[in-house]
Design a protein around this ligand. Sequence first.
Ligand SMILES: *[C@@H]1O[C@H](CO)[C@@H](O)[C@H](O)[C@H]1NC(C)=O
Ligand SMILES: *[C@@H]1O[C@H](CO)[C@@H](O)[C@H](O)[C@H]1NC(C)=O
Ligand SMILES: *[C@@H]1O[C@H](CO)[C@@H](O)[C@H](O)[C@H]1NC(C)=O
Ligand SMILES: *[C@@H]1O[C@H](CO)[C@@H](O)[C@H](O)[C@H]1NC(C)=O
Ligand SMILES: *[C@@H]1O[C@H](CO)[C@@H](O)[C@H](O)[C@H]1NC(C)=O
Length: 420
Amino acid sequence: MIFSVGALALLALQSVHAAPSLQKASSRGVKASEHTLALKPVSVKPGSSRELLSRVAKAKNTTHSASLNVVDEGGAYAIEANLGGKNFDVIFDTGSSDLWVFKSGVKCVTGTGHPAAASQCGFGPEFKGNFQGGSIKNETFYIAYADGEQLIGTLGYEDVTIAGVKVKKQEMALVDEAYWEGDGTASGIVGFASKYLTNAFPGTMPSNNTQPLHYNNFITNAVNSKAIDPVFGVVLERNNGSSSVTLGGVPAAFANAKYATTKLQKIEISPHLIEKTQYTYYTITPDGVVLNGESKSTSFAGIVDTGTTLLYLPEAMAEAVNAAFDPPSQYIKAAGVYENDCNAKPPTFGITIGGTTFNLTSEDLLPTGAEAKDPMTGGCVVGVQPSGSTYAILGDRFLVNTVAVFDIGAEEMKFAAHSY
Ligand SMILES: *[C@@H]1O[C@H](CO)[C@@H](O)[C@H](O)[C@H]1NC(C)=O
Ligand SMILES: *[C@@H]1O[C@H](CO)[C@@H](O)[C@H](O)[C@H]1NC(C)=O
Ligand SMILES: *[C@@H]1O[C@H](CO)[C@@H](O)[C@H](O)[C@H]1NC(C)=O
Ligand SMILES: *[C@@H]1O[C@H](CO)[C@@H](O)[C@H](O)[C@H]1NC(C)=O
Ligand SMILES: *[C@@H]1O[C@H](CO)[C@@H](O)[C@H](O)[C@H]1NC(C)=O
């Protein structure tokens, strides 16, 4: 997903969370109970992860891991969060920064704010009652994601535990009104990007949303309170597998993997929102791309975003990749996406980061599962789409081919190849 409205304006992204036809094709048949894996905090020795932490004066030697469950028909990954004593599955999103869940009685609205049946929103289990200490007075939560989803609510404090890491009195939001396209599993989202993308606004009017009051989000507080070292690792599997998030280090199974490293870039999202001196999204500059064996060293910024289903590339690059399919993909205006025959032959394609080319498999370039089929055309939605801006969004179709380490302390991203 997962751009707040300021970024949306700058990046002019059309649809990021999941491609529209993927959402239309959702069967919404997934039940929460089937996806609720037990939270299994484990402590592991870091092995070579310690080199990642060399800049940390007093590196701890424990990490905390939790499983991610596939939700939204494979379009997103959820993690269990304990909020004031109750567990909720929330979408794990490195492309936004707020933690929020639906409040009991949340209203479902259409994209234009008109009342809609709750079944249209597909809310997961709701948070009962209010914050233990009541809502923060005169402060409003408002967020609009790049796919159009919008949430309005109040803010307050709860003790939050994720992957066994507890932050006391964490500021978070309860949502009262939502334009949402869920499948009944996720109760909300937890954003792991920087505090400079949080969405608390002064006053009580959700429309008054130009000057956010940046608050410390979960990952910021977990790091600042020294509960974890300033690093986390993400392993995404294509299906219900062993996807995980590791807080405080690299995932144990990939401790000895060969990582390619690149600096986090500080991009200006919107003049009054963000100082260019801070990182906001996890933005990197790849060295280039390799299409059908041919290297192209083009410079573009890419945002590493677990909350986005597909890989979005700058227009010309997305067009070149889609033209290299056999037969070439077609841009379907009605759906706003490139589609192809589900039996088409994808090119070979990879993104080079820190000197290593991370290849997408055919399955990622042309997903052919039921969720990728466009019922209107019978075609399959291609895994590589145009971002509508000069930025790329390195979403799940890219990330499943890597192990991604978000080294906040060193202000670096590290990737290792994730082969199966
Ligand atoms: C990890 O830390 C514990 C105590 O905090 C210490 O006893 C142990 O020796 C450390 N292990 C390594 C491998 O550094
Ligand atoms: C995940 O696994 C459950 C139980 O095996 C299955 O019902 C569900 O369809 C799977 N979901 C996805 C997206 O693979
Ligand atoms: C709207 O936000 C501004 C700060 O950006 C604040 O000064 C003003 O009081 C707010 N207005 C209302 C009606 O909440
Ligand atoms: C609410 O906040 C706004 C903006 O910060 C302020 O102007 C207004 O006086 C506040 N109202 C109350 C009732 O505190
Ligand atoms: C990506 O594919 C190229 C060409 O087959 C290969 O040379 C390279 O090693 C692959 N990258 C990884 C990380 O396996």
